[in-house]
Structure formats: structure tokens, C-alpha cells
Design a binder for this molecule. Structure first.
Ligand SMILES: [Zn+2]
Length: 322
């Protein structure tokens, strides 16, 4: 039986986790990084199911009562904090509580799991509080953190965890996965959405469900392409797109990060369906692409910190000229 039958693509991650699960040697701290929609939370919940599953072999089975309780977020030995939906759940006080809780034995299962979703929203104090539990990890506890990029975490945390990077699926895999989840959807609509979303399954589903996401993606594509233009005014024109709506701009930044990350992969020899990523890989050095990813990371933090969005547009334009 395939442990990850509902988690497509990212084979190297699945191979590594399969081997660790077969040997009962899962790391006590795992950071899953990747763009929104690449399956970070799906994978985090599968790891949590593995920790508490009551099957004799090939955990997680996905069907026992423990696995089902994880799916419905009601398992007493799986604690979930989400920095995006509830920022208080990852503040320093909550992390201290979690730390105390982690040393208490599991209720029902052999292992406990703590999922810290969107952990890039954790501030430095909370990260430092968290670090203590990483330094002296309790027995039989697995921490799974998800974020857009592990670089937003302290080096001291990163160095104590296994970092797994997720990437969008290829077009075929994404099509099949979306078709399975939305069996009633029109096939050509799926193909179009998959192409627009660059194989990102989560975003494709979002687009097909509510028609959203397309504008953010095209704005990000325009910004990325404007960086290749000899005319400085091109980027300036794009900055209007991200000078008003905070949530929209945040999504554009997520898309932009993903395009740069995809270009890095292409420059390392991977194949991509994304035209912009292919052009960027051809015309920019990896060093510059990494620097742009850092800038986009910083841009997201600024949006989070409630920066004035008019100033943000201007700041972003000047920072992107590297
Ligand atoms: Zn199970």
C-alpha cells in the first residue's frame, strides 16, 4: 500500500519519508517549505497520522480511528497551531505552553505530533522559546513546521530540523490529481487552470472552485517579466498592481516567490511548464534569483507588518533592481 497515495509528485520527499517510516527513524523535527498550494499541510497531516496510527504495519493506514481523528483534527495527541488563521496560537505564550505540554506523555498513542502551520509568522521571541524544545527534544514527539521558506526561521531552528522542500507537480500529475478531487469538472477547464497555476495543485483547485487566483498569478508573471525589460518604467507600471490591496499583494508575492524558485530549479536542470520561469533561468544567474527570492521574502514580512501599501509599491520597485 502506498502511504502517500493522495500526495502526488515530490518523489524525493516521499522516498525519504518512506525509508524513515520503515525504519522507525523519523526525525523529531521536520520543516516543510514550499509555495502556497504545494501540499505542505497535506503532508504534515500524513506525518501526524503516521505518529498515532494503530495499524500494525505501513503506517499511516488512513482508515483506523486514530488516522480518522487526525483528519477531523480531534486527536488528543496531535496538536495543531496555525499562524495564519490564529496568530495568537504561535505567540511566545502559546509556544511556552506547547513546550510544557510536549514533555507530557501521549494520551492514546505511542507518539505525539505538533503541527505548527504557517510558522513563518512566528516572531523571533516565539522562535527562541521554540528553540528550547528543539535543543532537548522530548521522547516520542515529532514537530512538523510548515512555511513558505525556511529562510524565514532562525538558523538555530533550521539547523536542528530536517528541511523538506515541496515543488509544484508536473502538468500531467497535477491534471490527474485535480481530476480525482473534482471528478465533475470540465477537462479543458482543468487543463487551462493547471497551466495557469504552473502545476500548483492547491492553487488550481482554488481557481476552479471560485475562479480566483488568476489575477494574482498574472500580476506576478508581469512583475517577473518586467525585471528583464531594459525599460525601468515597466517595473514601475507593475508596482501600481501591488500598491493598494494588502491581501492581493501578499498573494502576488507568494506567486512571485514560486516563479523565482521554479527558475532556480530550471537552472539546476529541472524541466518546467512555466514560460516565465524558463526565460528567467535563461537570462538570470542563480545568485540573482536567490537574491530576488530573499527580497520577496522581505516584502511579505513588510506586508505582514502593516506597512503603508503606497510606500510598499515604491520600496518594492527599488529593491527589485538588483
Ligand atoms: Zn491508521
Amino acid at each position: 500500500m502506498d502511504r502517500f497515495q493522495n500526495f502526488v509528485s515530490n518523489d524525493y520527499v516521499k522516498n525519504e519519508l518512506n525509508a524513515a517510516m520503515d525504519n522507525d527513524s523519523l526525525p523529531h523535527a521536520i520543516i516543510i517549505e514550499g509555495a502556497k498550494g504545494t501540499g505542505k499541510q497535506t503532508l504534515a497531516r500524513l506525518i501526524a497520522q503516521y505518529c498515532v496510527c494503530s495499524a500494525d504495519e505501513k503506517k499511516p493506514c488512513g482508515i483506523c480511528s486514530n488516522c480518522n481523528k487526525v483528519k477531523s483534527a480531534t486527536h488528543p495527541d496531535v496538536k495543531i497551531a496555525d499562524g495564519e488563521s490564529d496568530s495568537r496560537s504561535i505567540n511566545v505564550a502559546s509556544i511556552r505552553e506547547l513546550r510544557t505540554d510536549a514533555y507530557i506523555l501521549p494520551n492514546e498513542s505511542a507518539k505525539k505530533a505538533y503541527l505548527i502551520l504557517n510558522c513563518d509568522k512566528m516572531n523571533v521571541q516565539a522562535q527562541n522559546a521554540f528553540l528550547k524544545v528543539f535543543e532537548e527534544p522530548p521522547e516520542n514527539v515529532v514537530f512538523v513546521l510548515t512555511c513558505l521558506s525556511a529562510t524565514s526561521l532562525l538558523e538555530t531552528i533550521r539547523s536542528r530540523a530536517r528541511i523538506l522542500s515541496l515543488f509544484p507537480a508536473d502538468r500531467d500529475q497535477a491534471f490527474k490529481a485535480v481530476e480525482r478531487i473534482l471528478p465533475g469538472a470540465d477537462k479543458s477547464d482543468i487543463v487551462n487552470a493547471v497551466i495557469k497555476c504552473g502545476g500548483n495543485i492547491g492553487r488550481t483547485l482554488e481557481m476552479l472552485n471560485d475562479g480566483s487566483g488568476g489575477e494574482e498569478r498574472s500580476a506576478a508573471e508581469r512583475i517577473a517579466q518586467s525585471l528583464l525589460s531594459a525599460k525601468k518604467t515597466e517595473l514601475l507600471k507593475c508596482s501600481v498592481l501591488i500598491s493598494s490591496d494588502r491581501v492581493f499583494s501578499d498573494h502576488v508575492m507568494t506567486n512571485l516567490y514560486e516563479i523565482f524558485a521554479e527558475a532556480v530549479r530550471v537552472s539546476a536542470g529541472a524541466k518546467s511548464e512555466n514560460t516565465t520561469a524558463n526565460i528567467l533561468a535563461d537570462r538570470m544567474t542563480r545568485k540573482r534569483l536567490f537574491a530576488l527570492m530573499d527580497k520577496v521574502d522581505e516584502a511579505r514580512r513588510r506586508i505582514d507588518m502593516n506597512i503603508n501599501m503606497n510606500l510598499f509599491g515604491a520600496w518594492f520597485c527599488s529593491e527589485m533592481r538588483i
